[in-house]
Design a protein around this ligand. Structure first.
Ligand SMILES: *Cc1c(COP(=O)(O)O)cnc(C)c1O
Length: 474
């Protein structure tokens, strides 16, 4: 399988070339040249496979530059009951007839990002080892992504993580999760500033191309194709659990921010998985809902981005969205370049033509939005009716899912985090305080490993240099 850019550069790359990279050189995102098709016979063969085997089968359709035996071993090392809590890895939790949650958040950081990031950790270690290279991952986090990256990369050979977070602004639980890691290759940097200051430092360091090359600075952001590919697997796993035969269809409702998660659903559907609807659920930051209703894509500025009680969906610009638009426009890279490369830069947005917009129906996408009041009402009613506590992001998914249910088509709502991560809003809705899994009880009291720094890119660069020359990675 080869990979191309969404913006028309026709240079073809292999999987392991794009694994350690971000954007394509022309500013586009990587996609496979085609989507391998699954037919009824293949679906029947996959039905009932353990999760790690299913992951191997799907990944091997997209990865031909890692020997099959190695890829299978990496999948088996990633998707274990020890890491994800259950033998099914992403079990379904029925709520009522035709409606269930698919649990994606039983990994080490209690959010669905572990599903992909854990695999990325194993893939990075493997590929860096094969090349005899090292990578320094530099990132900024306000919570979920940073901790998922650290738990995926801890103890991995060839990789160091430098994670910036705003000093004193994460929840005590999130802070304890990250800062209690004692691994030599994980470096927590608490910046005396806000999240934007952290992000500015990452940008400043990455813009110093000489430094970036010399110290092999990389990222693990959500546009990485390997992350997206890992997420395709659980759509198949959910489908097999919810159906008895391949003649049945299901719908998925997906709490969305950067469009990574639901874009994986799009890939699964393009491969031929019988998905009726892909329901895009947003919070008050409804850029995507607006697009699917009107065909106009208008990313917001930071000032117009609301801080909500489903904070992991507080995005202004959906960084994976270009992948879907590329497919929607018949993979016309020149048109995507016009929209994302030109119109977005010059006019701050774009509107599809009437004919282009009309094609969306053929891709199964529908959308809706949810507000803080909706979130509270959904958490409360779900608790009262089923005795299940859901987190705030999952509640947005449930709220919008209710608008699109059809009889005879099971609706699977992706559970993207556990309620314990967002306890304050759960208490506000139900009066009940959700507890984290027993293994994490009391982590706030563990010793913490972090340094506090001024918001100063030069100082951060010095810190990276010091570690790169002082310690040699295992
Ligand atoms: C990241 C995240 C989302 C949004 O997922 P995207 O792939 O960015 O659309 C939703 N819920 C939670 C809990 C998250 O951490």
């Amino acid at each position: 399988m080869k990979y191309l850019s969404t913006r028309g550069d026709s240079t073809l790359r292999g999987f392991s070339d794009i694994l350690l990279e971000g954007l394509a050189p022309d500013g586009g995102l990587y996609l496979p040249t085609h989507y391998p098709q699954v037919d009824a016979a293949l679906l029947s063969r996959w039905r009932g496979l353990p999760y790690a085997e299913l992951a191997f089968e799907i990944l091997s359709l997209y990865i031909d530059d890692i020997p099959a035996a190695d890829l299978r071993r990496l999948c088996q090392a990633t998707y274990t009951e020890a890491v994800f809590g259950t033998p099914q890895i992403t079990p379904l939790k029925p709520l009522e007839e035709g409606l269930c949650l698919q649990a994606l958040s039983n990994g080490p950081t209690l959010a669905f990002k572990d599903m992909a990031m854990q695999l990325l950790g194993h893939l990075f270690e493997y590929e860096l080892g094969r090349r005899g290279e090292q990578l320094n991952i530099l990132g900024a986090t306000s919570g979920d992504t940073g901790s998922a990256a650290e738990y995926a990369m801890r103890g991995k050979r060839g990789v160091r993580v430098f994670m910036l977070s705003p000093h004193g602004r994460m929840s005590p639980f999130q802070q304890a999760q990250m800062f209690s890691l004692q691994d030599e290759n994980i470096h927590n940097i608490a910046v005396e500033g806000v999240f934007d200051d952290c992000q500015d430092i990452v940008k400043a360091v990455s813009n110093d191309l000489a430094f970036k090359r010399r110290y092999r600075i990389g990222t693990v952001n959500s546009i990485n194709w390997a992350r997206l590919l890992a997420q395709v697997v659980y759509y198949f796993a959910g489908y097999f659990q919810a159906t008895k035969s391949n003649a049945e269809r299901v719908s998925f409702a997906v709490p969305s921010g950067n469009f990574g998660n639901v874009c994986a659903g799009h890939v699964a559907r393009m491969m031929g998985l019988p998905i009726a609807k892909l329901v895009v659920a947003t919070n008050e930051n409804d850029v995507l809902d607006e697009f699917f209703r009107t065909g106009a894509y208008r990313p917001r500025g930071t000032a117009e981005t609301h801080e909500t009680s489903s904070p992991s969906m507080d995005i202004s610009k959906a960084s994976n969205f270009e992948r879907f638009v590329f497919d929607l426009l018949g993979r016309d890279g020149a048109r995507v370049q016009q929209l994302f490369g030109t119109a977005l830069q010059k006019e701050g947005g774009f509107t599809l033509t009437r004919e282009e917009f009309a094609r969306i129906a053929g891709y199964g996408f529908v959308s809706g939005r949810s507000t803080h009041a909706d979130r509270l009402a959904t958490i409360r009613s779900t608790w009262q009716a089923t005795g299940t506590l859901v987190d705030t992001h999952t509640a947005d998914g449930l709220k919008v899912a209710a608008e699109y249910r059809e009889s005879g088509v099971p609706m699977l709502v992706l559970e993207t985090a556990l309620p314990a991560k967002f306890a304050a809003t759960i208490v506000e809705a139900t009066g009940v305080k959700p507890e984290p899994p027993s293994a994490l009880l009391g982590i706030e009291a563990l010793p913490k490993r972090f340094v506090v720094m001024a918001p100063d890119a030069v100082a951060v660069k010095q810190l990276i240099e010091t570690h790169c020359t002082a310690d040699t990675l295992a």
